[in-house]
Design a protein around this ligand. Structure first.
Ligand code: AMP
Ligand code: ZN
Length: 466
């Protein structure tokens, strides 16, 4: 079976191949850099990372653009509160985002582009939209007239035929049920930063930056555009309206949207205050790989409810896989190849590939890996696994890790000091003394997930960093 994705535009699972040159031209709406990103945002970015890696496993090359929204209402408000310039303020959170992404092993897109470096491009696009009759001016701001674009609503599958003509909104995000003429260029307000341009003094609305930067670097029709589901309307609907009005061509072939990360069944969000940042979790001693595994383990179109039990289970799963890998690397196996086991390896690899080809079904891909680990561990116990099988098993693990990337312990972030490790070991000893073996095991697993290996010896516990 070929690679397939669910396309929000057609509401169907469709076979995917890039339009030309074996290169996938892909755009991702990046963060608004007004604060640290939370692990909800990072779920969406982790999905994009898995997508990138799986596309490459298919032999495609990538041209992936991600924007950084570095001019926006919340940024302006926060920068003013801290008496910083917009540039000074956003530099801190752009850097923090890049660090968090690297800690989570998210590959860097080929191009990271900032909105404020593309003001001229946006002004030109807005002017062109005006020449074509898609805009109007009101109180110094320029609006997009959605009634002039017949396809409006085709992505969110809303019928907006009854909209009130001329109802307009300055806000970048607005009510789902309510289609409005949206702002392309906001007239300068007191105390706000502004650019002096041929459209007058002001700043761009949020939606125009993505249309302009996507098409500037990737051409008029992209292969894939991704984001969280909350961006479907209005942001992506507006991107289509702007881009297609400019070119008369389809803007994006495949729209992929990631479901939300929730907590206590509520969407994790900055405004609700129910969020954890990656830094929060690392500060509690969790390893970045555990967070990455948890975020990647549920297929991207399913809701994922964050719990600490889930995070601990992720750490335990990684621990199992690392132990298994160590056993394969250090075990003494008789020479030769057990053909039956080779078939098991081939079948597992096929199941893994087919699961990811099926709209990135990561849960099934992981199930295939764990079933294989169980079967081959049993074969190792029975001394049926031969040296040739160990080689293919390690190759399969390498394929798994080229996508999931959790087997190598992190040395960055979450690193425990020697004293903290000693403290954990003392706690584990106390738990053992109290016959609380479950807790003792848990501490061992948590240490292992952070690359700390314990060895019980007659003289007591010895430990080393992996
Ligand atoms: P923002 O910085 O708000 O523009 O969001 C960056 C990305 O994170 C967007 O693709 C959002 O759709 C996505 N996002 C926001 N909240 C969540 C959440 N709770 N779960 C998953 N993705 C989210
Ligand atoms: Zn966008």
């Amino acid at each position: 079976m070929a690679l397939r994705f669910y396309n929000t535009l057609t509401q169907q699972v469709e076979q995917f191949a890039p339009l030309s040159d074996n290169i996938v031209r892909m755009y991702t709406c990046g963060p608004t850099v007004y604060n640290y990103v939370h692990i909800g945002n990072l779920r969406t970015f982790t999905f994009q990372d898995i997508l990138r890696r799986w596309l490459r496993a298919h032999g495609y090359r990538l041209d992936h653009v991600m924007n950084i929204t570095d001019i926006e209402d919340k940024i302006i408000r926060n920068a003013a509160a801290e008496r910083k310039s917009i540039g000074e303020y956003t530099a801190v959170y752009t850097q923090a985002f890049l660090e968090d992404a690297a800690t989570l092993r998210l590959e860097k897109p080929e191009r990271l582009v900032e909105a404020t470096r593309h003001i001229d491009d946006m002004v030109q696009a807005i002017q062109k939209l005006g020449e074509r009759g898609f805009t109007y001016l009101s109180e110094g701001s320029v609006y997009y007239r959605i009634a002039s674009f017949p396809g409006y609503g085709k992505l969110s599958h809303n019928d907006f035929s009854g909209i009130r003509a001329g109802a307009r909104v300055d806000l970048d995000e607005y009510d789902k049920a309510d289609a409005r003429d949206f702002v392309l260029w906001k007239a300068k307000k007191d105390g706000e930063p502004a650019w002096a341009t041929s459209l007058g003094e002001g700043r761009p609305g949020w939606h125009i930056e993505c249309s302009v930067m996507a098409m500037k670097y990737l051409g008029e029709t992209l292969d894939i555009h991704t984001g969280g589901v909350d961006l479907t309307f209005p942001h992506h609907e507006n991107e289509i309206a702007q881009s297609e009005a400019l070119t008369g061509k389809p803007f994006v072939r495949f729209w992929l949207h990631a479901e939300h990360l929730s907590i206590d069944t509520q969407k994790m969000s900055k405004s609700a205050g129910n969020f954890y940042t990656l830094r929060d979790l690392l500060g509690m001693g969790y390893a970045p790989e555990a967070v990455r595994y948890l975020l990647a383990s549920v297929p991207y179109r399913k809701k994922l409810n964050f719990t600490f039990d889930g995070l601990k289970a992720a750490a335990t799963s990684i621990e199992r896989l690392r132990n298994y890998k160590l056993r394969l690397e250090t075990g003494k196996f008789s020479p030769g190849v057990n053909e039956k086991l080779e078939q098991t390896t081939l079948a597992a690899r096929k199941a893994f590939d087919e699961a990811l080809d099926d709209d990135l079904n990561t849960a099934e891909a992981l199930a295939a890996v764990f079933e294989y680990v169980r079967d081959t561990n049993t074969a190792m116990d029975a001394q049926e696994l031969l040296s040739g099988n160990a080689v293919s098993a390690l190759e399969f693990l390498a394929r798994f890790d080229s996508v999931f990337d959790v087997l190598t312990p992190s040395t960055r972030g979450g690193g425990l000091s020697d004293a903290e490790v000693d403290e954990q070991i003392a706690e584990r000893n106390a738990a053992k003394k109290a016959k609380d073996f479950a807790r003792a095991d848990r501490i061992r697993n948590e240490l292992s997930a952070q690359g700390i290996v314990l060895e019980d010896t007659k003289e007591g516990v010895r430990w080393k960093r992996q």
